[in-house]
Design a protein around this ligand. Sequence first.
Ligand code: FES
Length: 352
Amino acid sequence: MNKNNMSLFENALGELDENSWLDSLEKLIPSIHEVDKVPTQIWFRFYPLSLHRYLQKSEDLEATLHGFAMQGDYSLLDQIDSSHSFLYGHRYWKDIKHAIVKRAESFEGDSFDFDSEVKTLAKSVANALNQDESLLTGITLVGLMTLVQVGLENFENAKGELTKPSGLLKKSPDAIVKERQKEDKQGLFGFLKTIDKEFHVTWDESNPTAKFKAIYDEEIATAAARDQSQNWLEKDERCGEGVIPVECRAAACGTCWVGVVSGAEKLSDVQKMERKQMKIFGYRQGEESKPFMRLACQAQAEGSVSVVIPPWNGVFGKKVYGNVEKITLEPATTSAAKLREAIDEVTGSDKN
Ligand code: FES
């Protein structure tokens, strides 16, 4: 194994900053099958390169994490083979990983065109597996970014164990897309109903029981808290109320962020507060009125949606991106007040 060649490949990828990655992702979206178009974009928001690099450079990581009010598992190092289990392409992970390592071995520092690298890798694995290239493009991008954040040695040495496709994700890509577009039936006189319409929020497409009910115009975090079918706290210490972690319910803490895999258009429009806060938190939400990254305590259901819950949350926008607007935060709970201190520290909102 040629370690020197491997580091050349890592170095070439390492030249790209987060915006370059997102630009390439944007350009490659048409080449990604519909089933993974949004999930791939969500994954890139869940694991921001700028945050990773900021933490890597930190001289006192513990203090930085404390300052960012970080909770949960933010590091890809612990999730090399699992962070992308919500992508259809997750099933090809072993093959993609192998192809990336091989490419790293053969790379000699020749001219490097990132978009072509992605396409060539996706095509080679697709051909070997007799699959459509569009099903491999998203997971290839994810594989390359994982490599950048964890380093080639860790990437190669991760066991490569996969979560077997199950639930909705067991179906064909087209069947999954169709299923995501389905709306809950509202009964015989459903067309007469307005406020008591009932929908579903799916939070893990690989598990048929991973969904809770929401009524018309209800914030999805509020709907999640009504589902007490499991001891959520036992599964994730951030989940004091339901499967979606919450603290303030007032767009003040950043705990409840989710990626909306399908149905973003069936959530209420982003309001000014959520828009500003997402920047402060550091979560990269698009400028559209119904983006695929949302705060679950603000987004109200007007139809059935499917979401992914990130394994961590924090407040790092100003330190990492340096471009957030200052606003006054009103803590809604005692724990939100604690977070407020961290937020003030991060944004300097009480000092500048
Ligand atoms: S619960 Fe604090 S921002 Fe949603």
